[in-house]
Design a protein around this ligand. Structure first.
Ligand SMILES: Nc1nc2c(ncn2[C@@H]2O[C@H](COP(=O)(O)OP(=O)(O)O)[C@@H](O)[C@H]2O)c(=O)[nH]1
Ligand SMILES: [Mg+2]
Length: 419
């Protein structure tokens, strides 16, 4: 019974000397009863003293739980201990389950699109203009009006006047010869013609065959997307395990080098920059040295496109290229970046660059935001250079090697097939 009393009120409260002095140990039943009374009221007392700050911080956490409310119930009983002053509000506790998800919520899963899906999705606006109008025109049969409408649709989609006329002439001839009498059949021929117009033997980006770093020089009018394209390229290359150096040879504004710096950080590429206003050729020179000593397999050189006249453009861009070629030999790629949304105007602007440096290929950006996908055809025809890359958005993964079949399918997705 002494044990029962000790269990109820705790051994530290049931001092044996006190029990002996009261003579309670002579009567085990009385001792148990006293023990029970102390347990009930003493427990309440202890709870109050804890709430008033007598407990440790850890106890405070317990109070927010169930223990505290049990004690309060006891105190509320009529005839119980005197009413306690209002308690300070317990701090709100936020329940954090102890699971890995709660500690580090998973990052949103990036959109995993195949190249075909990406073309299809991003060319949505282009498709609306070209694809839908063509479907509508020939939906009413293969008529002279439909042919005229097609010509107009192609011109509107920036295919270019001459190319549009030629494509329609060829289509008319083939539809007569091959007996294409339905809109669907004509659309199929059009797709073939566009693929044909875009055919080019090699779109791959050239790489150094010797040990030295591959050098890609990126040129184009300001705002066309050079720096963004370089960032996306760096992402592709570093993911494939190559070490990359980026040269900020656009020294017009400090912000240009900073923008490239952000991409370098995101992609784990090495950045070489100098102060605003520095000689772009000096940046390129130092960057090649840095790429060599860093063991980079690829050097991508960003340049300024804010040049006021052809003379200046040739001087600056030409100098950057000459300096690099002295160090590296012929550059593997000199890419011209064109903004698809600027249409024929963009092609005219490009001429100045083509005269300043020998360009090896085109990177056509902003095809996602353009309703004029036909510009791809015009660019290849009028500039006579292969479109090697296309920009399909502003994000890191929105760069694709240009693939005419996927592109044409993307232009007409949902119009001619069941996607
Ligand atoms: N929608 C879209 N925007 C792009 C694309 N490429 C670049 N941009 C945007 O175009 C703007 C200019 O790009 P930037 O790389 O600074 O051009 P730069 O002056 O030639 O270096 C930025 O807002 C980019 O996010 C693309 O493929 N699609
Ligand atoms: Mg830039």
């Amino acid at each position: 019974m002494h044990d029962l009393a000790a269990h109820l009120i705790g051994p530290d409260l049931l001092d044996p000397s006190w029990v002996a002095a009261t003579g309670l140990d002579a009567d085990p039943i009385l001792l148990a009863a006293v023990g029970l009374i102390i347990a009930v009221f003493g427990g309440g007392f202890l709870a109050v003293s804890r709430r008033r700050g007598g407990g440790s911080k850890d106890d405070g956490a317990d109070e927010a739980g169930t223990g505290g409310s049990t004690s309060t119930d006891l105190l509320d009983r009529p005839g119980g201990a005197p009413e306690a002053p209002p308690l300070p509000e317990a701090p709100e506790t936020i329940e954090i389950p102890d699971t890995p998800e709660a500690i580090a919520p998973p990052l949103p899963v990036p959109e995993e699109l195949t190249l075909a899906e990406r073309f299809r999705q991003r060319l949505g606006r282009t498709r609306n203009v070209l694809g839908s109008s063509v479907a509508e025109l020939f939906g009413r049969g293969v008529t002279e009006e439909a042919w005229e409408g097609l010509e107009e649709a192609l011109i509107t989609a920036d295919v270019g006047v001459t190319a549009s006329l030629e494509i329609v002439e060829e289509l008319k001839r083939r539809s007569r010869e091959e007996g294409a009498t339905t809109g669907e059949a004509v659309l199929e021929l059009l797709k073939q013609e566009l693929r044909q117009a875009l055919a080019t033997p090699d779109r791959s980006l050239a790489r150094a065959t010797d040990d030295g770093p591959t050098v890609w020089l990126i040129t184009g009018v300001n705002g066309t997307g050079k720096t963004t394209t370089i960032g996306k390229l760096a992402a592709v290359e570093t993911r494939e395990g190559r070490t990359v150096t980026l040269a900020a040879a656009d020294t017009f504004r400090a912000a240009a080098a900073e923008q490239l710096g952000v991409w370098a950080e995101r992609t784990g590429a090495q950045l070489v920059r100098k102060d605003e206003g520095a000689d772009p050729a000096a940046v390129a020179y130092e960057a090649y040295d840095a790429a060599l000593s860093h063991g980079s397999e690829l050097l991508i050189v960003d340049t300024a496109g804010r040049l006021h006249n052809k003379r200046q453009l040739m001087d600056e861009l030409g100098k950057v290229k000459r300096v690099l070629e002295k160090q590296a030999g012929p550059l593997e790629e000199t890419l011209l970046v064109l903004d698809a949304t600027t249409g024929q105007n963009g092609i005219a602007q490009a001429q100045a660059f083509l005269e300043a440096v020998e360009v090896t290929g085109i990177a056509l950006t902003k095809l996602d935001g353009s309703s004029k996908g036909g510009i791809v055809v015009a660019v290849q025809r009028e500039i006579g250079l292969p479109v090697k890359l296309v920009g399909l958005g502003e994000e890191i993964d929105d760069l694709a090697p240009f693939d005419p079949a996927l592109f044409v399918d993307g232009l007409f997705a949902g119009i001619t097939d069941e996607d």
